[in-house]
Design a protein around this ligand. Sequence first.
Ligand SMILES: NC(=O)c1ccc[n+]([C@@H]2O[C@H](COP(=O)([O-])OP(=O)(O)OC[C@H]3O[C@@H](n4cnc5c(N)ncnc54)[C@H](O)[C@@H]3O)[C@@H](O)[C@H]2O)c1
Ligand SMILES: N[C@H](CO)Cc1c[nH]c[nH+]1
Ligand SMILES: [Zn+2]
Length: 430
Amino acid sequence: MPIRLDDRDARFEQDFQTLLGAKREVSEEVDRVVADIIAEVRTGGDAALIAYTSRFDGLDLTPQTLRVSETEIDAAVKACPPEQLAALETARARIEAYHLRQKPQDAWFTDEAGVASGWRWSAIEAVGLYVPGGTASYPSSVLMNAVPAKVAGVDRVVMVAPSPRGETNPLVLAAARLAGVDEVYRIGGAQAVAALAYGTAMIAPVSKIVGPGNAYVAAAKRRVFGQVGIDMIAGPSEVLVIADGSANPDWIAADLLAQAEHDVSAQSILMTDDAGLAGEVEKAVIVQLATLPRAEIAGKSWADYGAILLVADLEAAIPLVDRLAPEHLEIMTAEPERLAARIRNAGAIFIGGHTPEAIGDYVGGPNHVLPTARSARFSSGLGVLDFMKRTSLLQCGPEALRALAPAAVRLAEAEGLQAHGRSVTIRLNL
Ligand SMILES: NC(=O)c1ccc[n+]([C@@H]2O[C@H](COP(=O)([O-])OP(=O)(O)OC[C@H]3O[C@@H](n4cnc5c(N)ncnc54)[C@H](O)[C@@H]3O)[C@@H](O)[C@H]2O)c1
Ligand SMILES: N[C@H](CO)Cc1c[nH]c[nH+]1
Ligand SMILES: [Zn+2]
């Protein structure tokens, strides 16, 4: 059963700490397995990649079949129902329109000392996109990863997505084609992350790896950080719904289950000041759960990690939300905009009862690759800037150098770095 907390109980703070610490992420065992996989792929290359894909995905590949061919992608596009392709294009266009607004500006300015400075943004040359594909396949995640990469101007966009037993959702391949992905490989898990980070004979390495995945993928991304950049740790999905008595309990239950169905490690939480609503939501979850094809996954997630928090008033909810830092926050109260303006830590905020998270997952426009496991305290959702980097620019003429020299030389002396000081004075015949 989901846990119930009440901020009027003496134990509330202790119980809330337990909720915060509920480890749904990488275990030591997963990390050890991942370390071995990465080491094996680094030394064994494609042979190791192929061996792990056979073992974990039940798919026997050769070096030549690691990559999905253009012909296969053509066939996949043809196999997709037109209405699904149309929905994909609707999503792609909206995601692109939203992310185009994130493109940063370069700058170049001269200050009163005559020093010219600024910055220039440039796209990362090669990026690997991890698209999950173990318990479900995610054409939407292809778009969420690839569209901002193309908006940023990435030269080489490489996608990996596992193909359990050789089954690939054709819409995943259609999404890759629609979004302009350059290379697609039918591999997943830690071995795919290792191949992208270190390269193999068949897969050239990339400079950054982005995209969500399970605990093995999250552990692998943590481990290759430094060899490559990574976006964030986007692990098992989470949703926190804040609601008052004005909210519809059936809508809340539907939204809690929508994220619980992702993964047995997903987490769905309701926070409310209305005990009656909490009871109605709990009943509605049970009724709706019985109708879900993924009831086993959703039911285990709700039982193991679900929570219902009663708060004396919604003012008290705000610091609790910021401590939880949920991946997704839905606000279903009488004045949702007011509460939304006061929340600091959340991957994405869905404002009002007519904004279910699923709209954001697919077609709203904002990215659905979002920070989990409380990393929204310091991480943002995936966006154009994740595929770009900023180079600082600085230029002095003789007069500007003369103006700045004294302060620079004094600091060099204070740090005992004489060569630094001389590199300035030598230019001024001082
Ligand atoms: N945050 C987001 O934006 C977002 C979006 C979509 C999905 N998700 C989450 O991504 C996750 C997807 O997980 P998934 O498992 O379906 O797909 P996945 O692609 O992340 O992982 C499947 C891979 O895990 C590897 N694997 C499986 N069992 C293993 C084992 N015992 N040892 C070593 N490797 C093993 C296999 O190589 C397999 O290909 C879910 O938790 C889902 O909630 C998050
Ligand atoms: N809610 C997921 C992020 O946690 C994204 C997603 C993809 N498809 C459906 N939902
Ligand atoms: Zn979702």
